[in-house]
Design a binder for this molecule. Structure first.
Ligand SMILES: Cc1ncc(COP(=O)(O)O)c(C=O)c1O
Length: 354
């Protein structure tokens, strides 16, 4: 048996290396569980699991409309936003096509592209931040999609609405711009939103319940799509993609904005105190608009040594070699006690190096 060549050529998806005794700061999960209302709703929905789930995500879409004031028919939900990224790539990329993203963008953009048999081009970033001119410059005649994560993973940085509009205006009209706002809730309120850009017909915006809503295990993502794009995506998405339990949990999570906003506030507070401590020991840490931070060391060797020291203290951060940032480690913001242990471990490590 022979797999198709573009699948055979792919490396397996790189997962975090997590032994059970380690405190994981490696997967950008929320520092606390979902809203109690979400847990209760999911529990109640278990009684209905002899039935297939609602293929139109009716209640979930209504809850999203209530919060974000986007047109209900423009919303599609996925088994995580990964499913939506994959469906976009399946619908718009094929052999001979190219996708453009930034140098340090979320790696699944590349994987989804390769799964479609297409190739990708990487635009350089400036100071670990998306560079709009570089993105526009990387687009060629075969480019069909530009993926931008904003805020970015693993950088944690963001660009403003003005820059995104400049990007959209600088791209050919027949190139789709996908703005992945997986961490958008951590930056909401800092700037005007971008959902209205979907009205241009060639832009999609993605969000997820996996981060600020603390529902990574439920696997629910959503996005806002132009009508023609949504029609193509519908052909690809499994009609039963989001389980009834997950739809019920995510709906209740969306309706409990107060709980989500409290998570965002708590995360930002712990994050900013952690950044201060890490900068004080001489490591570079860009400003973060997410629930994680990226730590930059002087060399890949230093990052590996720090990772080993952290693991000896039973803390797992994420090595960034796969992103071309081997001199960096990414740390998810967990609770105060875990971040204190992580900071102490790095302070000891830095002290030992002097
Ligand atoms: C930028 C970005 N987009 C999408 C995802 C996928 O999230 P999910 O499939 O859990 O919704 C992640 C997960 O880490 C991410 O960092």
């Amino acid at each position: 048996m022979k797999p198709v060549p573009h699948i055979a050529a792919l490396a397996p998806y790189a997962l975090a290396d997590l032994a059970p005794e380690l405190t994981s700061l490696a997967q950008n999960e929320s520092l606390r569980p979902p809203s109690p209302n979400a847990l209760e709703a999911a529990q109640r929905a278990l009684a209905e699991t002899h039935l297939y789930p609602d293929p139109d995500w009716t209640d979930l879409r209504a809850a999203i409309v209530g919060v974000h004031a986007v047109p209900s028919e423009a919303i599609l939900c996925g088994a995580g936003s990964m499913e939506l990224i994959g469906a976009l790539a399946s619908a718009y990329l094929s052999v001979g096509d190219r996708m453009v993203t930034t140098e340090f963008a979320y790696l699944y953009f590349r994987t989804a592209t390769q799964l479609s048999g297409a190739a990708f081009d990487l635009a350089p970033e400036t100071d670990l931040t998306v560079d709009v001119d570089a993105l526009i410059g990387a687009v060629g005649p075969a480019t069909k999609i530009v993926f931008v994560a904003n805020p970015g993973n693993p950088t944690g940085t963001r660009i403003g609405r003005g820059a995104l509009e400049r990007l959209r205006n600088g791209l050919p009209d027949d190139v789709m711009l996908v703005i992945d706002e997986a961490y958008g809730e951590f930056a909401d309120g800092l700037d005007a939103g971008v959902f209205d850009l979907v009205g241009r017909g060639n832009t999609a915006v993605l969000r997820t319940f996996s981060k600020a809503y603390g529902c990574a295990g439920l696997r629910v993502g959503w996005g806002v799509f132009p009508p023609a794009v949504a029609a193509e995506m519908r052909k690809i998405l499994n009609p039963n993609n989001v389980s009834g339990v997950s739809q019920a949990g995510a709906t209740a999570a969306m309706l409990d904005q107060e709980y989500m906003q409290e998570t965002v506030r708590e995360t930002a507070g712990i994050r900013d105190r952690f950044i201060e401590r890490i900068r004080a020991i001489g490591l570079g840490v860009p400003e973060s608009y997410t629930n994680f931070v990226i730590l930059t060391f002087d060399s890949p060797e230093d990052a590996i040594a720090a990772d080993e020291a952290l693991r000896a203290d039973e803390i797992a951060m994420r090595g960034m070699g796969g992103y071309g940032l081997a001199h960096c480690l990414r740390a998810t913001i967990a609770g105060e006690a875990a971040m204190d242990r992580a900071a102490q471990s790095l302070e000891r490590f830095a002290g030992g190096q002097q």
